[in-house]
Design a protein. Structure first.
Length: 233
C-alpha cells in the first residue's frame, strides 16, 4: 500500500530520535488474552505476551490453542514469536518464528534480519530480500497500529516483511463504534486497510490498550479475536 505523507514524516521523525526519547510512550510488558472465533463460532483461545529481554530487545509472543470443533479434534495450536527493538514508536523486526502444529500437515516459517537482508525459511523453501528501516512483520503489525493510534494518528503505513518481499501496508481510521467483547464494552476506533485489501478490521481503545479489543480477518479462515483480559503497562 502507498505511504501517506503524514506517516512518512512521522516515521522519519521516529527513526531520527533515540529510542530512550520514547521509552515512556511505548509498552514495555503486558499479557492479553482473547477468545478466537471462526465464522462466529468458538474455536480457541489466544494469549499475547510482551516482555523485555537483553540488549534493549523485546519478545512478543502470540500463542493460540484450539479448544472447540475441528481445531480441538486436530489438536491444532499456533505459536508466533517476534523479537524486535523499539525504533521510535515502531516495533522494528529482528526476528520472527511461526509454528503450527496439528494432526494434519504442520507448518513453520522463520524470518531473521542479517546484514541488512531478510532471510526467510518457509517450510523447505528459502527466500532473501533487502530489509527496510522501521520494518515490522505480521505478528507485531497490530501492536504497531495500536501505538500509532495512541499517539493520535488517523492513518498509518508500515513496511511489512512477508514471505518474499517487503510489502507496504496502509491503514486508516474508518470510524468510531461501540464494541462489546468479554473484557467489556468500549467506545472503539475501527481501523481498516486503506490499500485495497478489505479483509482486515481491528477495533482499538487506544487510550486503554496498545492491542485491539477486537480483530477480524477473512484471510486464513474468517477469524475473529475478542479481548477477554489485559494486564500490564
Amino acid at each position: 500500500m502507498k505511504t501517506p505523507t503524514l506517516l512518512r514524516a512521522g516515521l522519519a521523525l521516529a527513526l531520527a530520535l533515540p529510542v530512550a526519547a520514547f521509552a515512556a510512550d511505548v509498552p514495555q510488558s503486558f499479557t492479553a488474552t482473547y477468545h478466537v472465533l471462526q465464522g462466529g463460532s468458538p474455536m480457541g483461545d489466544a494469549t499475547l505476551t510482551l516482555k523485555p529481554t537483553a540488549n534493549g530487545q523485546f519478545e512478543y509472543t502470540n500463542k493460540a490453542q484450539g479448544t472447540s470443533g475441528l481445531a480441538a479434534a486436530l489438536g491444532a495450536s499456533v505459536s508466533e514469536t517476534s523479537v524486535f527493538t523499539w525504533s521510535g514508536k515502531v516495533p522494528q523486526a529482528v526476528s520472527y518464528r511461526y509454528e503450527m502444529a496439528s494432526a494434519l500437515k504442520p507448518k513453520s516459517r522463520s524470518l531473521t534480519i542479517e546484514g541488512g537482508n531478510v532471510q526467510v525459511q518457509d517450510n523447505k523453501k528459502s527466500y532473501s530480500y533487502p530489509a527496510q528501516p522501521g520494518m515490522v512483520e505480521r505478528n507485531t503489525l497490530p501492536l504497531a497500529l495500536g501505538v500509532a493510534l495512541r499517539g493520535g494518528a488517523k492513518e498509518a503505513s508500515f513496511p511489512v516483511a512477508v514471505k518474499q518481499a517487503v510489502e507496504q501496508q496502509a491503514f486508516k481510521v474508518a470510524g468510531n463504534e461501540k464494541v462489546t467483547v468479554p473484557a467489556g464494552t468500549f467506545d472503539a476506533v475501527r481501523v481498516a486497510r486503506a490499500d485495497g485489501d478489505a479483509g482486515f478490521s481491528a477495533w482499538y481503545a487506544p487510550t486503554k490498550y496498545p492491542v485491539p479489543v477486537k480483530l477480524a480477518q477473512s484471510d486464513g479462515g474468517d477469524l475473529t479475536l475478542e479481548l477477554v483480559k489485559f494486564e500490564g503497562r
